[in-house]
Each structure stands twice: as structure tokens, then as C-alpha cells.
Design a protein around this ligand. Sequence first.
Ligand code: NDP
Length: 388
Amino acid sequence: MRRISIFGATGSIGQNTIDLIAREPDAYDIVALSGGRNVVQLAQDARKLGAQIAVCADETCLAELRELLAGTGIETAAGETALIEAAQRPADWVMSAIVGAAGLAPGLEALKTGATLALANKESMVCAGPLVMQTARAHGAAVLPVDSEHSAVFQALVGEDLAAVERVIITASGGAFRDWPLEQLASATPEQAATHPNWDMGQRITIDSASMFNKALEVIETKEFFDIDPSLIEVVVHPESMIHALVGFNDGALMAHVGPPDMRHAIGYALHHPARRALPVERLDLVKLGALTFRAACETRWPALRLAREVMAEGGLSGAVFNAAKERALDAFIAKRIGFTGMAHVVEQTLNRVSAQNGLIHAGMSLDNVRAVDHLARETADMIMLQN
Ligand code: NDP
């Protein structure tokens, strides 16, 4: 039996992972499941899958989790240290699906055990890509992409020579506001931004799709995952979300990964890799689909894309600044303290201010330095929002 842990089990990716695993209950031995605050879902899944331990990130939820799992023999724990300890338990395959920078430390711990890490938490790569890859190499562990675009690139590269890659194109649906007049964007509400035209995802990533901060994170993730020069990475708006990414080779061939917008494909590919196994996803009827369309990704509408290029040019720990500032700006937008277009201003100003602090961005890639820069960027973003 394969030993499996799922971090972020109560979220959208976590629930899709459980959907696949629960179809073959005899094939998997569930080590750890984690959630943030949704202990009702966490306890229900821990019982259903017979997990060894259920961990909630929020310590104030522990009493309720204990009560829900009383008499089951399933261990319970809470808080950041408990998440780290759960990640240290031996497992063969670990899903990293916590949202935000909080996903980095448990993922690194899982890699140190030599486990295969299925990485949905793109923030890990944005904040500390070199550290993630180096930890995997040092412990003989594998990192497999779960983001649909990166899974697509990964699949297009099987058996190929990276030196023959001329370009990598990742697609973006354009999110909720792709057709809105530019002058209306400032008045967009969190409720409007949290509606995705194609994908059914968590609230934060859906809003990040509307602002393209999600795509900006994915561009940086592409660079880190595949060690691709930023100048070779392109973003194209593709409203139907059927082609997830394309890889262009030096003979002119363009290999596209096409499939319905269902995360169970990328999760299932990572779960069964290197084999392909039947998955419960819709099979595309191309004739019914008729046409696929593409548009340029305009950096005036989506300044996050320009900021991602600046972050990649700066290098060092600037990805951690970018992500932290984005997380705080997103919190503020959800709480209606800043407007939709205000998010990019806050992130840009935070990047400028933190970069101006000599040496900090290039202090070296370690978990402690990532955390220090993350903390500073959050404080700086908060200060900027107070001043504006
Ligand atoms: P959700 O918001 O649906 O779920 C997030 C998960 O993280 C939940 O289990 C949540 O717990 C938990 N969580 C929240 N805050 C913390 C914290 N501080 N510490 C520990 N756990 C926490 O997110 P998604 O599933 O949509 O996304 C998860 C990750 O996968 C993100 O990095 C996202 O960018 C990436 N991703 C998502 C895709 C999608 O289709 N959804 C596609 C590709 C990548 P609870 O709900 O119990 O509070």
C-alpha cells in the first residue's frame, strides 16, 4: 500500500485528491491529513480514509477536532509545529495543497523524508524555488507539478531535450474581468472577482485569476520548475481553458496539452506518475467544441504580468516579497479595504521599498531568510496600505 499525506486536504485541490484516492481505498494507507479551520470536513475525511493523524493549522480549532474524532483512534494536533511534525512522518507521496506561503515549510519537511512531493502550492516555488529543488536533490526526492499548466509542460517534455526548447507558452483564461472595460476594473468587487468562467477553485486563486496574479506566480513557477530562461516564457489568453500549456521546440513543433478544466487530471497524473492510469475526467468532443481562441495578454489590464518579469530579473528573494505583498493586498481586497486595481499598486510599491533595503533581497536562499523577507514584505505592504 502506498503511504499518502495530504496537506490542505480541506481545500479545492485537497478535496479533488481525496476524490481520486477514495475510489481505491485498498491501494492507499493515509498517514496525515491537514486543514486550516474547516475541522468538520477534516474529521469527516480522516474517518472516511482512516488517517493516522489529522492536523488543523488553527490552534483554536483543536478542541472541536478532538471532539469530532473522539473514540476513532485517529491522532489530532494543531499549529505550525504540528504540521511540520506530520510532514516528517514517512510517506511515499505527499500532496502540498495548502494555500499561500504557509505551504512551504511542510513541503520542505516532506522532501527531507525522500517522499515524492506533488506540488500544487505554487507559492513554494515562487518564494523559494531553488531551495525546494535543492532539498529534493539532496534527499533523493521528486517534485511533481500539479498546477495544470506545469503538469502540461511536464508532460510535453517527457523524453525531450531541454536544450531544444525554444519557448513555453502558458495559457490564462483571463478570469472574471477579461472583457470588462479597463475603466470599470477599479470598482470590481471581491464577489465579482471570485467567479471564474471555467475553473472551480478556492476563493483566493479565483480572485488571483481575475487579477492575473495567479498567472504571474505561474510564470515564476515555470522558470523555477523547469529552469527555463524567463525570456522563453510567454502568456497567452485562451478563454476556453482547454489548452493548458504549449512547448515550442527548435524544429518549429508546438506540443500542446489539451483537456477539460478538471484538476483531477493533473493530480491523477502526479499520483500515478510515471504510469498513466484511467481517470474520471470528461473526454473532449473536439467537434462539439468547434473552435479555440487566443488573445494577447495585455500588461495594462494585468500589471501583475509585468511585475513577475521584474521579479525574475531581480532574482534572489524577490519572489518571496512579491508573494507576501500579493497575499496582504489580496486580504485587503477581500476585506474591501482596497480596490481591485489597488492590489498591483501595493505589490509594486512593496517590491520597490524592500528592494531598496540594501542586500536583503540577495541575502541567500534559506528558509529563515525567506521567512524574514516574507515578514518584512507583509509589514511593508500593510504600511503602504495605511498610508494610501
Ligand atoms: P483552498 O483555499 O480551496 O484550500 C486551501 C487549503 O489550505 C485548505 O485546506 C485550508 O484549510 C488550508 N489553509 C489555509 N490557510 C492555511 C494556513 N495558514 N496553514 C495551513 N493550512 C491552511 O485553495 P486551493 O485548493 O484552491 O489551492 C491550494 C493551492 O493549490 C494554492 O497554492 C493554489 O495556488 C494551488 N492551485 C490550486 C488550483 C485549483 O484548481 N484550486 C489549481 C492549481 C494550483 P481550511 O479550508 O480548512 O481553512
